[in-house]
Design a protein around this ligand. Structure first.
Ligand code: SF4
Ligand code: SF4
Ligand code: SF4
Length: 119
C-alpha cells in the first residue's frame, strides 16, 4: 500500500497563501531551493538517534534501532530538528493516501461548520 510521509500538518495556516488553510508538509522534498525555509523536510530520517539527546521531554526515543515519537510528550520546542545533521525530522508520520484524505475530510467538515472555511 502506498504511504506518504508527512513532516507536519498545520490545521490552520494563514501564511501559506490567501485565507485560512490547512498546510501539509510532506517529507522527502526533491527540490533544492537555494533559500530553503524547511530544510528538515528534505531527507528521510535514518534513525541514527543523534537528536534524541536533545529532547528533554523524552518524546523521541531510540528503541530496536528505530526512533519512535511520542507526541503526547512533545512541546514542539524544535530542538531535535535544529540538531539533526541530516536535515530530517524524527517526528515524521506515515499515512496511507486514504488515511490522509480521511484526516483532511474530517477537518474540512469542522471548518465548514465553524464558518472558518474560505471558498
Ligand atoms: S522544502 Fe526547501 S527545497 Fe523543498 S520546496 Fe520547500 S524551500 Fe524548496
Ligand atoms: S531526525 Fe536526524 S538526528 Fe534524529 S534520528 Fe533522524 S536522522 Fe538522526
Ligand atoms: S520538538 Fe518535541 S520531540 Fe523534538 S526535542 Fe522538542 S519536545 Fe522533543
Amino acid at each position: 500500500m502506498t504511504k506518504v510521509y508527512v513532516s507536519k500538518i498545520y490545521d490552520f495556516s494563514f501564511v501559506d497563501g490567501p485565507g485560512n488553510r490547512m498546510a501539509i508538509f510532506l517529507q522527502g522534498c526533491n527540490f533544492n531551493c537555494e533559500y530553503c525555509h524547511n530544510p528538515e523536510t528534505i531527507n528521510y530520517c535514518t534513525n541514527c538517534g543523534f537528536c534524541t539527546a536533545f529532547c528533554e521531554n523524552k518524546a523521541i526515543i531510540k528503541k530496536d534501532n528505530v526512533v519512535k515519537f511520542y507526541s503526547e510528550n512533545c512541546c514542539d520546542c524544535g530542538c531535535c530538528i535544529d540538531n539533526c545533521p541530516n536535515f530530517s525530522n524524527p517526528k515524521t508520520k506515515s499515512y496511507t493516501i486514504d488515511e490522509l484524505f480521511q484526516y483532511i475530510q474530517k477537518k474540512t467538515r469542522l471548518y465548514k461548520r465553524s464558518n472558518f472555511f474560505r471558498r
